[in-house]
Design a protein around this ligand. Structure first.
Ligand code: ADP
Ligand code: MG
Length: 360
């Protein structure tokens, strides 16, 4: 009978496996545990678990209870400290290991990283919120559009009647300007709610980005923002809708510039996606690669409290913001079977990553 090589078996597991002896010293630490915690096996071997994890952490608690009681423990969602100090959601299951005499001599814990699952759940939730908001918005927008154009017409008549007396002109100008602003809001809302008719075709990503950069050049220059390009010239064309994609990058570049009132670098990066979650997609004709486009700024970052809902419509921190830019970006990328992700460090900057399928 072939002997099972436990070392390589544990090494190949996607779940982190951590074992401790009766004295709580670490005796088992597989490669998934190394990846999850950022701590190598040689570094932790022989140390006690409480030196590596906080003594009051869920992991330490479950393992010591298992050692004491000889019973298995589990927790569907606990937090542990990941490689960069950030908390990572994990599920924990522990089991006792009996020695020759039948006494509990060690305990093992299996930790499963839940962050990818949470990320996918978040994607789905976002999509649903948007669809509901979109339907509501379309209904509302149609109701508002008609009275609004009546108001605009009446104000124009009024302006004519009042002639060129400057005092009244000021008021009618404000009225028209504000009515037009409400109209623009409604147009964006309708964009959000309308099923977009994508006209997919092979597009040169870098040419598109250059068009966006050109359009934003003036705004960037006026705020001392320098646009830096890090393009991978070997990228194949993407399969995308030109107007849609221009809108996405226009919004992202604008947000980035607006985040840097005192200037800084805006970096546009392109590469083939190596992200395990968004590396390939099937549009019905077999899997194809995704490319990654990053818009990175050195701005103030996104406040922690806002992190979870920046893709929801009407979420804005700007005085004249509509809070529809990112909602639209999300919507457009979803329709391309792509994805969008945001990473932000307060005070350091924000990186938005878009994933788009290649044309093949
Ligand atoms: N690059 C960025 N840096 C910092 N905050 C950002 C960035 N992009 C978006 N945000 C935050 O997300 C909010 C929503 O963005 P968006 O949907 O484009 O709406 P708007 O730009 O109209 O506020 C912004 O108000 C801002 O608080
Ligand atoms: Mg915006």
């Amino acid at each position: 009978m072939a002997r099972l090589d436990y070392e390589s078996f544990l090494g190949g597991l996607p779940d982190a496996v951590v074992g401790v002896d009766e004295a709580f010293r670490i005796i088992l630490w597989n490669s998934a545990a190394e990846a999850l915690t950022g701590k190598s096996a040689p570094r932790v071997q022989g140390r006690t678990l409480k030196e590596v994890f906080a003594p009051d952490s869920s992991l330490a608690r479950h393992l010591s209870e298992t050692l004491r009681s000889g019973e298995s423990r589990s927790e569907a969602e606990a937090m542990i400290e990941g490689a960069d100090g950030r908390p990572i959601p994990v599920s924990i299951v522990t089991a006792p290991m009996a020695g020759g005499s039948g006494n509990v001599e060690a305990a093992v814990a299996v930790l499963r990283d839940l962050s990818r699952i949470r990320q996918l759940e978040e994607e789905v939730r976002r999509g649903e919120t948007l669809a509901t908001a979109g339907r509501m918005a379309v209904g509302l927008a149609h109701e508002i559009r008609n009275p609004l154009s009546a108001i605009r017409g009446a104000v124009q008549l009024l302006r004519k009647e009042l002639g060129d007396e400057a005092r009244w002109g000021e008021y009618t100008d404000v009225l028209i300007k504000e009515v037009d602003r409400v109209n623009r809001i409604i147009e964006s809302l309708l964009d959000l709610g309308r099923p977009v008719q994508l006209r997919l075709g092979p597009l040169n990503l870098h040419q598109l980005l250059e068009r966006v950069a050109l359009l934003s050049e003036e705004m960037a220059a006026s705020r001392s923002v320098r646009i830096v390009r890090r393009y991978d010239p070997s990228l194949p064309p993407i399969l995308a809708d030109e107007d849609g994609i221009l809108q996405v990058f226009h919004n992202l570049v604008r947000n980035a510039i607006e985040a840097m009132p005192r200037g800084g670098r805006l970096t546009l990066t392109t590469r083939l996606s190596m992200n395990p979650l968004f590396a390939k997609v099937d549009l019905g004709t077999g899997a194809r690669h995704l490319v990654e486009v990053q818009v990175a700024d050195e701005g103030e970052g996104i406040p922690e409290a806002l992190r979870g809902n920046i893709f929801d419509p009407f979420v804005t921190t700007k005085e004249h913001g509509l809070g529809l830019g990112l909602a639209l970006c999300h919507r457009i990328l979803e329709e391309h079977k792509g994805a969008i992700q945001v990473e932000s460090v307060p005070g350091k900057g924000t990186t938005v990553t878009c994933f788009l399928p290649i044309a093949k």
